[in-house]
Design a protein around this ligand. Sequence first.
Ligand code: HEC
Length: 117
Amino acid sequence: MNRLISPALMLMISLPVGVALAQPIGDPIAGQEKSQTCIACHGANGASDNPAFPKLAGQHPDYLLHALQAYRSGERNNAIMNGQAAALSDTDMRDLAAYYGSLDPALGTLVRDRAPE
Ligand code: HEC
């Protein structure tokens, strides 16, 4: 009996997991709406002119999600971002990661590439 149930159970368990993994990390449109508080530092297009604020545009969504989770858990320590991430739900983080990951990585310019003023 067990031998018959096990493969069926495995299929029932693995199918939804496979479907979940195949889905995008989050909703970029919702992420854009949630990004209003991030703009002040990271810039309107996810590529701030200020080198103190990392460029998020075009970064891998997986990386962005893990960074946000690490800030919220305290695994990654930064006074500003620990506070920012504390206010975010898992869904918020996924949507924000999808949004910033969808932006053009060519946006913004490195300071060292600019002509001196
Ligand atoms: C008050 C300024 C400020 C605000 C607002 C802010 N950030 Fe940040 N963010 C920073 C700073 C500074 C760092 C670099 C911290 C470090 O060195 O770990 C950073 C780092 C990050 C990183 C890691 C980037 C990397 O390359 O590892 C992510 C992801 C991020 N922020 C996302 C967000 C999101 C999403 C929001 C809005 C919910 C947000 N930030 C709001 C200042 C800010």
